[in-house]
Design a protein around this ligand. Sequence first.
Ligand code: AHG
Ligand code: MN
Ligand code: MN
Length: 338
Amino acid sequence: MAQQRTLARYLTEEQRNKGVITGDLKLLIDIVSRACQAISIAIGKGGLGGVLGEAGSDNVQGEAQKKLDVLSNDILLDANEWGGHLAAMASEEMDLPHLVPHRFPKGEYLLTFDPLDGSSNIDVNVSIGTIFSVLKCPDGADLSTPQAAEQAFLQPGTAQVAAGYAVYGPTTLLVLTVGDGVVVFTLDREQGQFILTQENVQIPADTKEFAINMSNQRFWEAPVQRYVAEMQAGKEGPLGKDYNMRWVASMVADVHRIMTRGGIFMYPLDSKLKDKGGKLRLMYEANPMALLIEQAGGAATTGRQRILDIQPGNLHQRVPVILGSKNEVDRVTGYHTA
Ligand code: AHG
Ligand code: MN
Ligand code: MN
């Protein structure tokens, strides 16, 4: 039987044979993957583990936190504090960066995460996930206070050295890029290991499947109105093909479908979101997903700009997101910029 390639082996080979990652980045990704395993176990217990329902608190964005949002955030913080690979972490669930406590050594990386993506799906037993992004901490960055540390994180998505997501669905998967293509690992629950199950993921350039929350239609801008109307017109319309629609409302699950069989995902700007800049967060949702999508041959824009080129203004900045199969993303981006 062919030997299984574990995540540890993949990372070691990326470090040793290709020199793509450092030892500390290997440790970081390994630790994040173990935290995702712990989150997966907690999710799997569901009502038996008392993890469902509201936490009774709000996060910095004014959203009600679920118990699993808080638990997943704590699991990721605890797992990553001690390794010596990180300078600081930032999360959807924390107003300010979390500095590595003084009793632990500080490392050269910064980690951002959406600990639990798709919170509205937790209590209904639909796929949810974790999204993460890794940056280098700039030399001489001021990490004296959490307030000062925010500046170190404000780097464009092109600076990411790794990004990934875990999907907690019928199986738990870890989808990863270290800038050398996209690879997929499946959690073997008996072994407690992520095993490589797909390499060199490629998103088809064309698609007949779109993902958008149609309930926002009346608020969309003209270019998105035009594009969705053209898709709905089907074979007889200007795009000349019949489209299907899917919307899980967990970005990880919607992006993972696109990774698997192509498609276009849109959470565009609309009149309701204009003041906020968009719905999804740049640093721990849009940027890691954009890097993964581009590494798999797809494209990711706001409609007006490549997501990875955005210079972030603050940690919790929101942006419009259009990503997936390249020809479709280029088309709708063209409608915005024409
Ligand atoms: P989170 O649960 O981390 O706040 O993210 C939810 C996001 C994203 O996963 C999803 O694509 C989108 O919100 C769904 O929004 P709607 O409920 O407006 O469809
Ligand atoms: Mn999210
Ligand atoms: Mn979340």
